[in-house]
Design a protein around this ligand. Structure first.
Ligand SMILES: *[C@@H]1O[C@H](CO)[C@@H](O)[C@H](O)[C@H]1NC(C)=O
Ligand SMILES: *[C@@H]1O[C@H](CO)[C@@H](O)[C@H](O)[C@H]1NC(C)=O
Ligand SMILES: *[C@@H]1O[C@H](CO)[C@@H](O)[C@H](O)[C@H]1NC(C)=O
Length: 396
């Protein structure tokens, strides 16, 4: 039951819509933004300078609670410009954030208050490479729905996101869950090359032959080593698929457990079948009170708060939702621990802000990630000047 309550809450409270950013009267740029504006005048925006560009970028997120107030937004039009900007930011000790698609619900994962928000959305070129190996090259800021549109008629399959408005590099750097999980593994497992801007401003490739330690570290290591600008994925021949969504009412009361029971049976029965996948989500509608509404009434502390609200007003529930998620996660961990069934692995992209996903990678892997970060980012720019994302100095 508790599971259903939380799922319902998550769906309604974390689903976000943009709020408007208050306009500041000041036209002064911070020194970090000024330095970028001097070099790349057409790629910088603030709340007063090209403000509609700034607002569009700043609100291009999934969760309203991740809309912050960056001093400026930098949208590089070329990898070369990005590389020069990163070297400059590092040299000037400027804090910055990096956004691919902006889907992560943790505020600050892809945005920043007062610092420089780098938005990769213009680095979004996608192409099927012509060397015959079935490799596609994807700009880091492309959204997966655009990738799917582009290759719709190519007869290829590849491990992309399950949700269209996730960005290419955000998905892959955290591992990346796809509909081909059972046959292809993580999206990161299917990468054959990364193009990366290092803190020094150098642009390098990382693959099995060149910078292979960086190649390995990027497959789940997040934004700790540099800014990935292109991801090269291995594809395979793929025809049409059987697929669909079936929405069921979670009333009567026992429908939820029945649904989960069927899902469990499906999983058990298809354990060795790499060609199928299934998941359950719960539909809440606006308009008439949703059938799941009854669930909210049973949650301690929020009884009186249940009403129809605009998405923009939901932000103030954020901490309450995180508290519920943390409590639930802690309880599940305790229960699975007691059963001897706990697994310390946490998928980086799905990790809550209270979790320590890198601890679940194991001490040796974490040490490896730290070594790679030390080698490719000796000044620790991505540890110290980029506050967002899970860092490597975590205590396990
Ligand atoms: C690096 O920073 C110093 C000051 O800390 C400045 O004098 C120099 O011009 C900067 N170099 C670049 C390439 O931005
Ligand atoms: C799951 O499978 C078992 C064994 O076949 C069956 O007894 C049970 O009713 C199934 N559960 C559901 C919810 O369908
Ligand atoms: C969700 O449920 C409502 C009615 O409760 C329905 O009108 C709507 O179509 C459903 N959404 C989907 C995607 O099926």
């Amino acid at each position: 039951m508790a599971f259903r309550h939380i799922l319902s809450n998550l769906l309604i409270l974390l689903a976000g819509a943009p709020r408007l950013i208050a306009q500041s009267d000041s036209v002064e740029l911070t020194s970090c933004c000024q330095a970028l504006a001097d070099t790349f005048p057409d790629e910088i925006s603030t709340s007063t300078l090209r403000s509609s560009v700034y607002e569009k970028s700043n609100t291009r997120v999934w969760s309203a609670s991740t809309i912050l107030s960056p001093a400026c937004v930098f949208q590089p039009t070329t990898v070369k410009n990005l590389a020069a900007a990163v070297a400059q930011l590092a040299n000037d000790s400027c804090e910055f954030a990096i956004k691919s698609g902006g889907y992560n619900p943790i505020a600050g994962a892809a945005n920043i208050d007062a610092g420089v928000a780098i938005d990769l959305n213009l680095l979004n070129q996608v192409e099927l490479r012509t060397d015959g190996g079935g490799v596609i090259s994807l700009g880091a800021g492309a959204l997966w729905r655009d990738v799917y549109d582009k290759f719709e008629n190519e007869g290829i399959g590849f491990a992309g996101s399950q949700v269209g408005f996730i960005g290419v590099s955000g998905l892959v750097l955290g591992g990346g869950y796809s509909y081909f999980q059972a046959s292809a593994g993580w999206a990161a497992d299917t990468v054959v090359n990364f193009e990366v801007v290092l803190a020094s401003g150098e642009i390098v490739n990382a693959n099995q032959a060149a910078n292979s330690d960086l190649f390995k570290a990027l497959k789940g290591g997040g934004g700790n080593f540099g800014i990935v600008t292109k991801v090269f994925l291995q594809t395979w021949e793929q025809g049409t698929l059987w697929a669909g969504i079936k929405w069921l009412s979670i009333q009567p009361e026992d429908a939820g457990p029945l649904l989960l029971g069927r899902l469990r049976n499906f999983t058990v029965q298809n354990n060795d079948n790499t060609r199928v996948t299934a998941s359950v989500e719960i539909n809440l509608s606006s308009g008439a009170p949703p059938t799941a509404r009854i669930d909210f009434v049973n949650i301690d502390g929020v009884e009186d708060a249940i009403q129809l609200e605009s998405f923009a007003n939901l932000e103030h529930y954020d901490d309450a939702v995180w508290d519920i998620v943390e409590e639930w996660t802690t309880e599940v961990s305790k229960a699975t621990d007691e059963l001897g069934m706990a697994d310390p692995f946490v998928h980086l992209n799905f990790a809550g802000r209270f979790q320590k996903p890198f601890c679940g990678y194991g001490a040796d892997n974490l040490e490896f990630l730290r070594e790679v970060a030390g080698k490719y980012d000796p000044d620790q720019v991505f540890q110290e000047l980029v506050p967002g994302g899970f860092k490597l100095n975590v205590e396990c």
